[in-house]
Write a protein that binds this ligand. Structure first.
Ligand SMILES: [Zn+2]
Length: 302
């Protein structure tokens, strides 16, 4: 039986067949959690070119606009942070942006092709593999970032525990993810666009995120709904997916009027209220004993 990563209990109820919900704290996750190896196998190059993203690198300017906004959020809250490690760095676009703005940045991703691009084309410091076993020294980075990544992880609890151990006192954790407690997610229910296991496995709300991070030694400094820069094409696709009504009709009509190439070049900021940015700071240590993860990791190789 799987323990809830937010409250530690093991009392789950089914939700729309594909998810389940903790009866104690309300946290939601995919009903079926893949093994880390199976989850890693999802993130091939095809994931970024056709499966989840249309063409990740063709939309480069869209991603860079979003990463620039996240970098501004980080600097506004923590202007002394100049060493950053990104988990789930994909093709390295955030690392490139942070490096260009004076940070010593590095990252990791499970997708070998993406990491190869980040290293050879963008000259970034990247490694391919599992963050839990990657060689990072304690205190090496002042901040860890997970942009639209935590929802993909089979064990976010282990990842956040390791981040907490690696960070210096008052170090930072920045992330973005969907907010299943937002008005739009509640309205859409099963049809909320973020619900798609087996890529999205963890469904946090602001409340469960606050409780989850507190459990792992972090205090939230800021949590807010963010505007996301999206291509006109992706916005229209979302609206036509509503299937009926005036919005669907209008979006379909606009889609037909604009050439496909034009849709991909145009973009806009959209705040649908269901994507949250969270900035959290490592709390002062309350005890001198090993963390749960440290106790678990005292295996034969350590
Ligand atoms: Zn729970």
């Amino acid at each position: 039986m799987i323990s809830c990563i937010v409250c530690g209990t093991q009392d789950w109820e089914p939700r729309w067949q594909i998810l389940c919900r903790c009866r104690n704290c309300g946290f939601m996750r995919a009903a079926e959690l893949p093994t880390p190896a199976a989850a890693t196998g999802i993130y091939t190059e095809a994931y970024f070119f056709g499966q989840e993203y249309g063409d990740y690198l063709a939309d480069r300017q869209v991603h860079v606009q979003n990463f620039a906004a996240r970098w501004r959020d980080m600097r506004r809250l923590a202007d002394d942070v100049n060493t950053v490690f990104e988990i789930g760095c994909a093709y390295g676009l955030f690392l490139e942006y942070a490096s260009a703005h004076g940070a010593r940045a590095a990252g990791i991703d499970v997708c070998g092709e993406a990491v190869a691009h980040a290293a050879s084309e963008l000259g970034q410091r990247v490694i391919v593999g599992d963050f839990l076993t990657s060689p990072i020294a304690a205190g090496e980075y002042q901040a860890y970032c997970l942009w639209d990544t935590i929802e993909h992880l089979p064990r976010p609890d282990l990842v956040v525990e390791r981040i907490e151990r690696l960070l210096p006192p008052s170090g930072w954790l920045f992330l973005t993810t969907g907010d299943v407690g937002s008005p739009l997610a509640r309205l859409r229910g099963r049809r909320w666009r973020m619900i798609h296991p087996p890529t999205h496995l963890q469904y946090f709300s602001r409340r469960t995120m606050t409780q989850f991070l507190a459990r792992h030694g972090f205090a939230i400094v800021e949590a807010k709904a963010i505007s996301v820069y999206r291509t006109l094409h992706s916005v229209l696709s979302s609206l036509t997916a509503l299937r009926k009504g005036f919005t669907h009709s209008a979006a379909s009509a606009i889609s037909r009027l604009i050439p496909i190439g034009g849709q991909n070049r145009m973009g806009m900021w959209v705040n649908s209220g269901d994507i949250m940015f969270v900035a959290a700071q490592k709390r002062a240590s309350l005890s001198c004993g090993p963390s749960r993860a440290e106790a678990e990791s005292q295996g034969p190789t350590s």
